[in-house]
Write a protein that binds this ligand. Sequence first.
Ligand SMILES: C[S@@+](CC[C@H](N)C(=O)[O-])C[C@H]1O[C@@H](n2cnc3c(N)ncnc32)[C@H](O)[C@@H]1O
Length: 279
Amino acid sequence: MIPPLSQLLVYLAFSSGDLKGRAVELAKRLSLSLYRGDEEFDYLLEYSDAGLALVPSVAKGFGSIRCDFSTGEHSHRRHYGGGNGQAIAKAVGISGKFTPSVLDLTAGLGADGFVLATLGCNVTLLERNPIVHSLLADGIERGTAAGLYDSELGLIMARLSLLQASSSDYLQVLVDRLTNCSDDSESASVQPDVVYIDPMFPLRKKSAKVKKEMQAFHQIVGTDNDSDALLNNALTVAQYRVVVKRPAGAGFLAEAKPSYSLKGKSTRYDIYTLKKLPG
Ligand SMILES: C[S@@+](CC[C@H](N)C(=O)[O-])C[C@H]1O[C@@H](n2cnc3c(N)ncnc32)[C@H](O)[C@@H]1O
């Protein structure tokens, strides 16, 4: 479950006076206090000219988290990631003839959503954790700004839309809307082609392999123990398939056997097919 933020000491900080307005606004929205410079803290949510970052206290030994779509890993994967040959592309059913719309129920920092958008998918991202949502919203805002100077990136960013929402509530709204649809074409306008789920999994011990920033992410998000419950409604609203991302050795979500799986070294995609893909 989401660890209550009240159990962690989190403050909103800003590195220069011209960022104060944004910091005050976000602090209000997240019910956080502004950092004055002398309080003990677990995390600072800090605005600087480089964007919003989650900065752990030195004592934690974790890395900072920032969402950057125009540089680093995201940019490298966009240019050299392998296009439609990537397992995630095959899992959601991208082909030369079909590019699905995707409802991502577990957006996180948007890495998977961004890959899907680079491959042409329109992606609706849902994230319930207020801090993660703020980091992702800031990353999308800066990516969109960078897209003014990089038209390909601009098109990719335009395919992402982010909502702060509980996915179970959102799915329930879609299920209710579908119940009231009078024909197939009306239903199709409500249904995403593919629903994508990538719940948090407990970290494997204190492995050196776990990236430092992942440790901070895990402490802020916790474990998604309620993710089994998403699958049923996901299967009701998706038009073509539901895709669940799991660690390679993990059991199936809700113990539900998928139609088939794509297995990688550390990750597995479980695919629940509903209808043949077009093309
Ligand atoms: C493992 S992370 C997803 C990582 C993401 N696929 C990526 O590539 O960055 C899971 C995220 O889903 C969010 N989440 C889990 N269950 C959710 C729910 N029911 N509604 C909304 N967000 C949820 C968590 O807060 C967390 O940020």
